[in-house]
Design a protein around this ligand. Structure first.
Ligand SMILES: Nc1ncnc2c1ncn2[C@@H]1O[C@H](COP(=O)(O)OP(=O)(O)OP(=O)(O)O)[C@@H](O)[C@H]1O
Ligand SMILES: [Mg+2]
Length: 454
């Protein structure tokens, strides 16, 4: 409360605008106010008062009601109340009329008080003082409310951001840990198999060679051996066994590649920036999403068209960037799923995701991920980067994918993330990244507030 009272103290000198057409009245008021330490401005008509207000805003207006020859006090009051910037200047009417109807009319038009002529000096000063005090208190309160509202607004924004960071952190680390954990678990046994395949191949080769030798040295086989040879179809077995081992080697090799991709995707060990091959990140992400490339409804397969340019290594936080690819590709897959489910894609127009990478200028690269899904309604295009904005059912989307991606690209990598979408035709997301993250963050412009260019 004390804050309020101190702040509401009257300014050193208040300016009073006196509007009256009678020179004697003006003189009396001028002397009184001047003597009491006020600054006084004079206007001899309603029109002059309105003009004066365009140049200077007084703290209070003393306004005569009866001003013959132009607009009267009531009309002047109405116009002052309607003008921008002057509506809340306290107005006190001065009237010789003892008629209560006119007094009430003045108050209805927005005046704060009235005084009757001939004026009583003490009364005028006392009433003016009360209204000046009230006016300053009101202004001060408004400022405080505005400041508190702004602070609350900021607090809400901060809270939202923190919440996004928390969920993001949680999502990232749990996904990363899961992937890294699985990769680790698979890695050991698969290496075990992979490591034993070659000796197994050699042993089998030796055993078969021995069988051949034995058969060559003993052409007369016993009936029992002959029967057994037929039973196991030895010739087929000999021919098939190396092929079988070969396909086991290929299969194991595939699992090893997959494990490598999973590790590459999670890259938990890399919290610092690293120069990486962007295509590797895209490929690992596609591999992880592989099983989603078959539409849920029906047997349609989504195709991926790649148009990879010649890119240099790009400095980035690799696992976070992979997270962005994952979020954007997942959105496209969701969109294509929806298009298929609602028969929005014509049969001669297969559902497709197109990934293009290119270098732009000497120091930036661009990754474009586009789909021919249903697109995004114009009405919500401006909201898709907002935290928790989703059009997906509960339990399906949290509405965080794009806002997290925006933070990662714009705030962490000083890049840009843009969305172009035409309803009915598809959506294109464009990621622009500097090849080197600028080290002096302060010299950078603040991240743009315009999330999407549509
Ligand atoms: N490729 C796209 N096609 C159509 N709509 C899209 C596409 N990408 C994003 N959207 C729209 O933007 C919204 C926000 O996307 P965002 O990735 O932030 O959240 P989400 O996918 O709904 O949920 P989450 O990613 O957290 O699981 C989506 O709900 C969807 O309406
Ligand atoms: Mg999403």
């Amino acid at each position: 409360m004390s804050e309020l009272i101190i702040a509401a103290e009257m300014p050193p000198t208040s300016t009073i605008l006196v509007v009256d057409d009678t020179p004697t009245n003006i003189q009396v008021l001028f002397d009184l106010l001047d003597k009491s330490g006020y600054q006084v401005a004079i206007a001899k008509s309603g029109e002059a008062a309105l003009k004066c207000l365009q140049r200077h805003i007084p703290d209070l207006i003393l306004l005569d009601v009866m001003m013959p020859g132009g607009i009267d006090g009531f009309e002047t009051c109405q116009q002052i109340k309607a003008m921008p910037g002057t509506g809340d200047i306290p107005i006190i009417f001065m009237t010789a009329l003892s008629d209560p109807v006119n007094r009430i009319k003045g108050l209805h038009l927005g005046a704060v008080d009235y005084i009757t002529k001939p004026i009583q000096h003490e009364e005028v000063l006392a009433r003016m003082n009360v209204h000046l005090q009230l006016h300053h208190l009101k202004k001060n309160l408004e400022q405080q409310v505005a400041a508190r509202t702004a602070a609350l607004h900021q607090a809400l924004e901060d809270l939202k951001n923190t919440q996004v960071q928390l969920v993001h952190g949680e999502k990232m680390s749990s996904l990363g840990q899961l992937v890294a954990g699985i990769a680790h678990e698979i890695n050991n046994p698969v290496n075990f198999i992979y490591g034993n395949l070659k000796p197994a191949q050699d042993y089998i080769h030796d055993l078969l060679a021995l069988v051949d030798l034995l058969r060559a040295e003993n052409p007369q086989l016993s009936a029992q051996v002959k029967e057994r040879i037929e039973e196991i179809d030895l010739d087929f077995l000999r021919a098939d066994l190396p092929r079988l081992l070969q396909s086991m080697t290929v299969g194991t090799q595939r699992i090893r590649d997959l494990v490598l991709s999973l590790r590459n995707f999670s890259r938990l060990d890399e919290s610092e920036t690293k120069a990486v091959d962007i295509h590797e990140g895209l490929e690992s992400t596609l591999l992880i999403l592989h099983n989603r490339f078959k539409a849920k409804a029906g047997t349609v397969e989504f195709t991926v068209e790649k148009d990879y340019g010649d890119l240099p290594l790009v400095e980035c936080y690799p696992s976070q960037l992979n997270q962005v690819f994952m979020n954007i590709l997942s959105n496209s897959l969701d969109a294509l799923d929806e298009a298929i489910a609602h028969h929005l894609i014509p049969p001669d127009h297969p559902p497709q995701i197109r990934i293009q990478t290119k270098r732009i200028g000497g120091d930036r690269i661009c990754i474009v991920i586009a789909d021919n899904g249903p697109g995004i309604d114009e009405a919500i295009q401006g909201k898709i980067f907002d935290a928790f904005f989703t059009t997906k059912p509960i339990n399906k989307g949290t509405g965080l994918g794009l806002s997290i991606s925006y933070q990662i690209i714009v705030d962490k990598h000083h890049g840009q993330l843009r969305c172009y979408s035409t309803p009915g035709q598809g959506t294109t997301m464009e990621i622009e990244l500097p090849i080197l993250i600028p080290s002096n963050h302060e010299t950078l412009l603040a991240p743009t507030q315009v999330h999407s260019v549509l």
